[in-house]
Design a protein around this ligand. Structure first.
Ligand code: PEP
Ligand code: MG
Length: 546
C-alpha cells in the first residue's frame, strides 16, 4: 500500500471529510505561434471562441440556482461579449498573430489598462484572466478552466478561488476546499464557511497532488492527508454524519448555564445546514454575501425577498442580521470604493453610511419590511463600529425604521474598551473576532504568514472580550461572539467564562462546540477564562484545556 503523506495549511472551516482530489483545470499554456495563411478565417476562429465562452457562461448563469451567482456569471459573459475586444483581436491577427496569441494579446492590453486604472477596474483583472484562459482553452480544444463538474463528490484543490469559481460551487459535489494561498479570513474562507465546507488555505504542495488521489481534509487542524484508503474516507464520512444528528439540546454548561448556539449564514441556502446542526437561531446573517459581485445596488424589493427567505425559514427563532459590511476584504462593486490607500482602515462597514446614508436607510427599510409578520425574532447590528456616537446614531436609525432590537459588532479595539458605554446605547453586542484580531494585532486578516497573531487564543484578544463580557454581565444585555473564535470547541468554555452569552459559527462547528461546553461547570469556565487572560501567550492559554 502506498504511503500517506501529510500537507499542512491553515484550517478555516471545521470538519473532517475525504474523497478524491480534483483541481480547478489549469490555465492553458500558449503553444508556439504558427503562421497565419487565411487572416479572415483566423479572425473568425478567434471570434467564435469568444462567442463560445459567452455562451458557456450564459448557460451556467441560466442553470445557477442562485440569482447572485447568475449575475456574477452574466457580468463575466458581458465582458467577453465586447466589440472593442473583438476589434483588438482582429488587429492582432491582421498583425500576424494566430488566434490563441491574438486573444491572449487583446486580453493582455485590457488587463494592463484595468490594472493601471486601479480600484474597481483593477479588481476585475482576475475576471479578464479567466476569460482569456477560457477562450484560449476553446481554441486549443482543452477543457474549460474552472471548477470541475465530474458528477461525483470530490475535494477541490486550487491555488485560490476566483469569485466566479466560489459562486459556481455546488456544495452537493464539493466535499472540501484546499487552496495553496489565502489567509484565515480571506474571501475563500468566508465563502467556505457560508457553505459549511471544511476548508484549508495556505497549504503548499496541494497542487502537486495527482488528481483522483484520495485525501482526508481536517478543516480544524489544517491537515490534509494524501493517499489515504477508501476505508479512512468512509470512516470520516460516518463520523461527520454521527456528529450532525446526535444532539438537539440548547447550548449550556454542565450545570445548565445557557450559552446560545447560533449559526452564521450568508443566505437562505445555508439555513438547512443550520437546522441540521440544531442551531438555536442565526447569530450572523452576512448580507453583503448576497451582493458581492453586483455591479448595481440591489433594489429594496430584492433585498426584502432575500431577507424574508431567511426570516421565514427561522420563524420562532432569533435572527441577527448585519447591515452591509462593504469594503476591505468584502468590496461591493456598486459602491465604487476606489483609491483608498488602506481599505481595511478606510471607509468600510458602518462607515459607508457617512458617504452613502441612502444605502443604510434602504437596507433598514428592507429589513423592517421583511421582518414584518415573518415570525422570526429579528435583531439588527452594524459592522465596524468604533464610537458611542456611531452606535447611538445606528440605534436611532434602526428604531426609526421600526425595528426594535439594535446592536453593534465589536471589531475595533476602541469599541471593546468602551463596551459598557456602547451597551447603554444599544440592546446587544456581537464580537467579530476576525476583525478584532486584525485591528488589535495590526495583522492583515488575509495574511497567512501572520496566522499566529490572528490566533483567537491570544491573551490580548481574550482580554478585550473579557471587557465586553463584563459589560454584558453588568447590564444584563446579551454579548455574543460571531467571529471564527466561536467555532473553536476548546475555546467555548473560556468564552462562556468571559461572559459571552451566545456563540455563532458555521453550522458544521456547532455539534463540537455544544459537546465541549457541556463538559465544564460555569464556575470552571470562569476559572479557565481568568487563567487564559493571564496566560503569557496563545500556546500557554490553549494548554490550559489539556
Ligand atoms: C468578524 O470580523 O469576526 C466577523 C464576524 O465579520 P466578518 O468576518 O464578516 O468581517
Ligand atoms: Mg468583521
Amino acid at each position: 500500500m502506498s504511503e500517506v503523506a501529510t500537507l499542512t495549511g491553515i484550517g478555516v472551516c471545521a470538519g473532517v471529510t475525504g474523497g478524491p482530489l480534483l483541481r480547478i483545470a489549469a490555465a492553458p499554456a500558449l503553444p508556439a505561434p504558427v503562421p497565419v495563411d487565411d487572416v479572415e478565417a483566423e479572425v473568425q476562429r478567434a471570434v467564435a471562441a469568444l462567442a463560445e465562452v459567452v455562451a458557456d457562461l450564459s448557460r451556467r448563469a441560466d442553470r445557477a440556482a442562485d440569482e447572485t451567482v447568475a449575475e456574477v456569471l452574466r457580468a463575466e459573459a458581458l465582458m467577453a461579449d465586447d466589440e472593442e475586444l473583438r476589434d483588438a483581436v482582429r488587429e492582432h491577427v491582421e498583425g500576424g498573430a494566430d488566434a490563441p496569441h491574438a486573444v491572449d494579446a487583446a486580453f493582455g492590453a485590457f488587463r494592463e489598462m484595468f490594472a493601471e486604472a486601479g480600484g474597481y477596474l483593477a479588481e476585475r483583472v482576475a475576471d479578464l484572466d479567466d476569460l482569456r484562459d477560457r477562450a484560449v482553452a476553446v481554441l486549443l480544444g482543452l477543457p474549460m478552466p474552472g471548477v470541475p463538474q465530474p458528477g461525483f463528490p470530490y475535494v477541490l484543490a486550487a491555488r485560490d478561488l476566483a469569485p466566479a469559481d466560489t459562486a459556481d460551487l455546488d456544495p452537493e459535489q464539493v466535499l472540501a476546499l484546499v487552496t495553496e494561498i489565502g489567509g484565515p479570513t480571506s474571501h475563500t474562507a468566508i465563502l467556505a464557511r457560508a457553505l459549511g465546507l471544511p476548508a484549508v488555505v495556505a497549504c503548499p504542495g496541494v497542487l502537486g497532488v495527482t488528481e483522483h488521489t484520495l485525501v482526508l481534509v481536517d478543516g480544524s487542524t489544517g491537515r490534509v492527508e494524501v493517499g489515504v484508503s477508501a476505508a479512512s474516507v468512509a470512516a470520516a464520512g460516518a463520523l461527520a454524519e454521527a456528529a450532525i444528528d446526535d444532539n438537539a439540546e440548547p447550548g449550556r454548561t454542565a450545570d445548565g448555564h445557557a450559552v446560545k448556539l447560533l449559526a452564521n449564514v450568508g443566505s437562505v441556502k445555508n439555513v438547512p445546514a443550520a437546522d441540521q446542526a440544531h442551531a438555536e437561531g442565526i447569530g450572523l446573517f452576512r448580507t453583503e454575501l448576497l451582493f458581492l459581485d453586483r455591479t448595481s445596488e440591489p433594489t429594496r424589493d430584492e433585498q426584502i425577498g432575500a431577507y424574508r427567505d431567511v426570516f421565514r425559514a427561522m420563524a420562532g427563532r432569533r435572527v441577527v442580521i448585519r447591515t452591509l459590511d462593504a469594503g476591505a476584504d468584502k468590496p461591493l462593486p456598486f459602491l465604487k470604493q476606489e483609491g483608498e490607500p488602506n481599505p481595511a482602515l478606510g471607509i468600510r462597514g458602518l462607515r459607508v453610511a457617512r458617504q452613502r446614508p441612502d444605502v443604510l436607510t434602504t437596507q433598514l427599510a428592507a429589513i423592517a419590511a421583511a421582518a414584518d409578520d415573518c415570525g422570526a425574532d429579528v435583531w439588527v447590528m452594524a459592522p465596524m463600529v468604533s464610537t458611542l456616537t456611531e452606535a447611538t446614531a445606528f440605534a436611532a436609525a434602526v428604531h426609526e425604521a421600526g425595528l426594535p432590537k439594535a446592536g453593534v459588532m465589536i471589531e475595533v479595539p476602541a469599541a471593546a474598551l468602551r463596551a459598557a458605554d456602547l451597551l447603554r446605547a444599544v440592546d446587544f453586542l456581537s464580537i467579530g473576532t476576525n476583525d478584532l484580531s486584525q485591528y488589535t494585532f495590526a495583522a492583515d486578516r488575509m495574511c497567512g504568514d501572520l496566522a499566529e497573531l490572528l490566533d483567537p487564543w491570544q491573551p490580548a484578544l481574550l482580554q478585550l472580550i473579557a471587557i465586553c463580557g463584563a459589560a454584558g454581565r453588568d447590564t444584563g444585555k446579551p454579548v455574543g461572539v460571531c467571529g471564527e473564535a466561536a467555532a473553536d470547541p476548546l475555546l467555548a468554555p473560556v468564552l462562556a467564562g468571559l461572559g459571552v452569552s451566545s456563540l455563532s459559527m458555521s453550522p458544521r462547528a456547532l455539534p463540537g462546540v455544544r459537546a465541549a461546553l457541556g463538559r465544564y461547570s460555569y464556575a470552571e469556565c470562569r476559572r479557565l477564562a481568568d487563567l487564559a487572560v493571564a496566560a503569557p501567550d496563545a500556546a500557554a492559554a490553549r494548554k490550559l484545556m489539556g
